[in-house]
Design a protein around this ligand. Structure first.
Ligand code: COA
Length: 401
């Protein structure tokens, strides 16, 4: 694909790797060590990447792999996961990203995958390409010294201190059980585990290596930061399949008596604040939208997930970037859905980016209605749509890519 001037978008080759890495290191501070680079290339083989070149200079790059994503109803869907989106600073705002995404979408369509996902570095770029943020998380900071559990909070125990790598297989198995029941979580390839466990120095922000707490149904990976104000714990990854594992692991973290503060990322409805005598101790420092999602094929995507309640609605979906929109009748019975194009009048009108935000059940439909991004013919139907799209568990990003 030629974009005018001398800039061309084409498949990457092994010969582009050095320049791709220079771009990624410059814009995302990708570590330079050879081992890390090999893991990254195992995760995202360079021959599946796309580059924009100006003559023989690589000036833009995206990479992708097929991921198995859990969606509401404990179903899985094959999705394209895009990463490493970069355009050289001196080539910005000339349409290079747009051209690379057009090619990426063409490939996804050719592969017949109904969804595309990624993690976004900025919030204002991807709505125009049909993506919406699809989960909600908060980074919280807790003064451990004052954290006390309510008398009603369970105390199931069952946590062990464990060392990596002895705990590695147990951690992977728990992650996989968590994945199967949690929307948004992707199957995790071995190379992602390898880099997580290797814990490159550049990921530590001056903290220690990883420590492990293990429960039969959950785990925590965390590190210490020794600061002037005291020793702090950063929870790097916590996955729990059961409520008992969740409370048992938090009780153990709060038992680290030499620690002043604990920092962690919690999903929207994490019960931690409600286990404590003072819920304000779980102080929100930042909010994240962790994973972005686009429906590539509306009927295929909407029938790939289950619904919490029966539903009969007609959706008019706008997709100016790819033209995958249209008017669709969505019917759900006992969780299972049918979705077909229709000429019937629409009950709801919305952008495909908004449908992406509703897809994993984390964003309520009413907030988009209030923002005039979801237009409703009969306001009585809004509640039904919102409830049907919600999920039993908060959507979570499984592994960062
Ligand atoms: C973000 C980035 C990839 C954009 O590349 P680009 O080639 O300049 O983008 P394009 O020229 O194709 O722009 C496409 C559209 O997005 C808009 N856009 C691009 N970057 C934007 C930004 N940072 N904020 C808001 N809008 C942006 C453009 O204005 C253009 O809008 P239009 O549809 O109205 O024409 C590039 O600036 C970059 O590499 N940034 C640093 C790394 C990064 O953030 N990558 C994203 C990782 S998720």
């Amino acid at each position: 694909m030629t974009m005018g001037s001398e800039i061309t978008v084409r498949p990457a080759t092994a010969a582009d790797v050095e320049q791709i890495w220079l771009l990624g290191a410059t814009l995302f501070t990708w570590p330079s060590d050879q081992w890390y680079r090999e893991q990254a290339m195992t995760l995202f083989p360079p021959e599946d990447a796309i580059v924009a070149v100006d003559g023989d200079r690589v000036v833009g790059h995206t990479k992708a792999r097929t991921m198995t994503l859990t969606v509401p109803g404990e179903r899985t869907v094959e999705a394209t996961g895009i990463a490493g989106v970069t355009v050289a600073p001196q080539y910005r705002r000339r349409g290079i990203l747009r051209a690379m995404y057009t090619e990426q979408h063409r490939r996804t369509e050719a592969a017949g995958l109904p969804l595309t996902i990624f993690t976004a570095s900025q919030g204002a770029i991807y709505g125009r390409f049909g993506y919406g943020p699809t989960l909600r998380e908060s980074r919280v900071s807790i003064d451990r010294r004052f954290a006390e559990f309510l008398p009603t909070a369970p105390d199931p125990g069952g946590v062990q201190l464990a060392a990596l790598p002895e705990a590695a297989e147990a951690i992977k198995a728990i992650y996989d059980r968590f994945r199967q029941v949690t929307p948004g979580v992707q199957h995790r390839p071995e190379a992602s585990w390898a880099t997580r466990f290797a814990d490159p120095e550049g990921w530590r922000s001056g903290g220690t290596g990883l420590f492990v707490l293990l429960h039969a149904d959950g785990y925590v990976l965390y590190r210490y930061h020794h600061r002037d104000s005291g020793t702090e714990v950063e929870v790097v990854e916590m996955r729990t399949v059961t409520a008992d594992a969740h409370v048992a692991l938090w009780r153990t973290l709060f038992g680290l008596e030499l620690v002043t503060r604990i920092e962690a990322v919690l999903s929207e409805h994490d019960p931690l604040p409600y286990l404590l005598t003072d819920l304000r101790l779980v102080r929100t420092e930042a909010r994240y939208d962790g994973l972005w999602l686009r429906l590539m094929d509306v009927p295929a995507a909407l029938t790939a997930r289950e619904y919490r309640a029966d539903l009969d609605v007609v959706l008019a979906v706008h997709d100016p970037f790819r033209g995958a929109g249209g008017t669709f009748a969505l019917t759900a019975r006992d969780g299972k859905a049918e979705c077909v194009p229709t000429s019937a009048a629409a009950d709801f009108e919305l952008g495909i980016d908004v449908l992406g935000s509703l897809y994993l059940g984390a964003y309520p439909a009413r907030v988009f209605a209030a923002a005039n991004r979801l237009r409703v013919k009969d306001s009585g139907q809004l509640e039904a749509l919102e409830y049907a799209f919600t999920a039993d568990r908060d959507a979570v990003l499984g592994w960062h890519f």
